[in-house]
Ligand binder design. Structure first.
Ligand code: ZN
Length: 325
């Protein structure tokens, strides 16, 4: 893996490479962008670039240091991810990290701490990190990532150099799906349109494509019977499929209501059904429901019962269909 193997993110790569070349690497970086667009890979590439023993401005990928970092086994490159029941980064994790990075590196030039999910730092954890972020030991650098800049504590953001990562171009997401043989070309076309430019999301969706298609069949069905006869989804994954499917479908209804262009639909193969539904429901209420579903998706992540969320989503969907029919 090298800078060139990271798809897209040309601007972010340029910023980091210029800082490396000029010898003005910031104490801390906050890589901001959607899930699955390469933030962590950029952080790992930085860790290699700061420590590669081959010299030169590009990591060689071949020296023992590069190889250990690629395998996540380098003693001076530390990874922190959220965990525990609330999926947070807790103060004990930060304390443990700080106690290690205050020491000199074992055998690298720089200790590098890669912290994924900066929005999930508890307030206590963030506070204990502040001083180190502001005045780290000379041999330490921090690389934080987040999908939600607005949820990061301002005190953390202000102490980092923010580097923005963009959604990937859809042709790049398609290449990831096809090169990795995650699905067939035809399925890939639909998944790419649903991916929002996230390679990780596309791969994940390809993995559960058969259950997602069942959700689509329900959404496409004009009768409430399709919902009542089918068993209600119960697991978190099933309900996630349902909510994601509904949100994408509602967006398609809104598009179909104003544009007669199937190529603009995520579910282009259902163009006729979508056009019919767009005529029979109130499009403003579709948009309202889409926002409501975003809230439900978040409550699912906050560990509200999946069964309850599924039942609320189903009720909302059926009431949407009652309006004009
Ligand atoms: Zn190297």
């Amino acid at each position: 893996m090298s800078w060139d193997d990271i798809l897209g993110q040309d601007r972010a790569k340029r910023v980091l490479q210029v800082h490396l070349a000029d010898g003005r690497v910031a104490n801390g970086y906050l890589l901001v962008g959607p899930e699955g667009v390469g933030k962590r890979r950029l952080a790992i590439e930085m860790a290699k670039a700061l420590n590669c023993t081959a010299g030169g401005s590009r990591p060689c990928d071949d020296c023992p240091t590069c190889r250990q970092i690629i395998r996540s086994t380098h003693p001076d490159v530390h990874f922190l991810v959220p965990g525990g029941p609330a999926d947070q980064i807790r103060i004990e994790q930060i304390r443990q990290l700080l106690s290690r990075i205050m020491l000199r590196p074992f055998n690298a030039t720089m200790q590098v701490a890669i912290i994924d999910g900066a929005e999930r730092l508890t307030e206590e954890a963030a506070n204990s990190l502040l001083k180190a972020l502001e005045e780290p030991p000379a041999h330490t650098r921090f690389l934080l990532t987040t999908t939600q800049l607005s949820r990061c504590l301002p005190t953390i953001v202000s102490r980092c150099q923010v580097v923005r990562c963009q959604p990937l171009r859809l042709d790049l997401v398609q290449r990831v799906l096809l090169d990795g043989r995650h699905c067939e070309a035809r399925t890939a076309e639909t998944i790419v349109r649903l991916s929002g430019g996230s390679a990780a999301r596309a791969i994940e969706l390809a993995g559960r494509w058969s259950s997602y298609r069942q959700v689509l069949a329900r959404l496409a069905s004009g009768t409430p019977a399709a919902w009542i006869e089918e068993p209600s989804p119960e697991t978190r994954e099933e309900v996630t499929d349902l909510l994601d499917g509904m949100m994408a479908w509602l967006r398609d209804i809104a598009v179909a209501a104003v544009l007669d262009d199937p190529s603009r639909l995520a579910h282009a193969e259902h163009a006729e059904t979508l056009r019919r539904q767009a005529r029979s429901v109130d499009v403003d209420r579709c948009v309202e429901l889409a926002f409501k579903l975003v809230g439900m998706r978040e409550s699912l992540e906050q560990f509200v019962s999946p069964r309850l969320v599924a039942s609320l989503a189903r009720e909302s969907w059926l009431s949407l269909r009652e309006v004009k029919s």
